[in-house]
Unconditional design. Structure first.
Length: 144
């Protein structure tokens, strides 16, 4: 199965290859631009340009996968923090002496002893109900 790597405007498709026979992984290369020679700084051997390209693509693929994994975990963490921030805002509002938080739907005050969070509903059902209400309100106003 071929692997496709996008490098900006370049796109490289790679087919599986056999690993090197030697022990050197050729991670430190020097390119002689005049003679077109690539030399490994670790073992001193001359490396074929095709092999050097494959080594760089391997490294790039691993780095890109690692970067995508970190990005995904950061997005998940930001999503979790959103809930924590909302809880902190409610807690800060309840700690105030003169003001009380209000329900965004019915505009009624929510007191700490009202049992906030003790009754739960399935998220999917709640989303469907909210969408149905919004659509019904649009129909009443004549929108579509």
């Amino acid at each position: 199965m071929a692997e496709v790597i996008d490098l900006g405007e370049y796109r490289v498709e790679r087919k599986p290859h056999r690993p090197f026979d030697g022990t050197c992984q050729h991670k430190h290369l020097t390119v002689d631009q005049n003679g077109g020679i690539i030399t490994c700084d670790d073992c001193g051997k001359q490396i074929d340009a095709f092999i050097a390209l494959n080594l760089m693509l391997d490294s790039y693929s691993k780095y890109w996968a690692k970067l995508n994994s970190k990005d995904k975990s950061l997005q998940e963490q930001a999503h979790r923090q959103l809930h924590l921030k909302a809880a902190q805002r409610v807690e800060d509002a309840w700690r105030g002496r003169k003001m009380i938080p209000v329900c965004p739907h019915c505009s009624e005050a929510i007191f700490p002893d009202d049992g906030f969070g003790s009754t739960l509903v399935n998220r999917e059902i709640a989303v469907r109900r909210r969408q149905a209400k919004i659509e019904a309100q649009k129909r009443e106003r004549g929108e579509q």
